[in-house]
Write a protein that binds this ligand. Structure first.
Ligand code: MN
Length: 143
């Protein structure tokens, strides 16, 4: 199976290193950006399978970056998971409005971080198996 690629957009170097170390345990390919502009460029160039988006970034913030990514037809189905410093309800609402699929709050919980990422790919597989079942059933209706 092809290794999934995750783009991490996070300005804090320690957080970026931590996220990278945790994702590597899950055998993901990782792309990194320290600001929104670079992150958007990498997203458009590499079409990652998932984007981890820090909300508080220098210059353009993560919410604006998410809106731009979601306007891109090639990326609009890509899950964007917000990294929020304080998972207050208002922040989560704003992240969802901007197009984020979910959120992970910081400080990152190293024990369940990988599970919170893996879940996006499990859902993906379920969707695909449903599609496959549908395709298998089609010839029957012709009989
Ligand atoms: Mn930040």
């Amino acid at each position: 199976m092809r290794k999934k690629t995750i783009l991490v957009i996070e300005d804090n170097e320690l957080n970026r290193k931590l996220v990278k170390a945790l994702l590597q345990r899950g055998a993901y390919n990782i792309l990194e950006a320290a600001d929104a502009e670079r992150g958007i460029d990498l997203a458009q160039e590499h079409k990652p399978d998932l984007i981890l988006m820090d909300i508080q970034l220098p210059g353009m913030d993560g919410l604006s970056a998410t809106r731009i990514i979601k306007e891109d037809l090639a990326l609009k189905e890509t899950p964007v998971v917000a990294l929020t410093s304080y998972a207050m309800e208002g922040d989560v609402e704003k992240a969802k409005k901007a197009g984020c699929t979910g959120y992970i709050s910081k400080p990152i919980n190293t024990r369940n971080f990988l599970d919170s990422i893996n879940i996006y790919f499990q859902e993906d597989q379920e969707t695909k198996s449903v599609v496959r079942t549908g395709a298998v059933q089609e010839p029957d209706s012709d009989c």
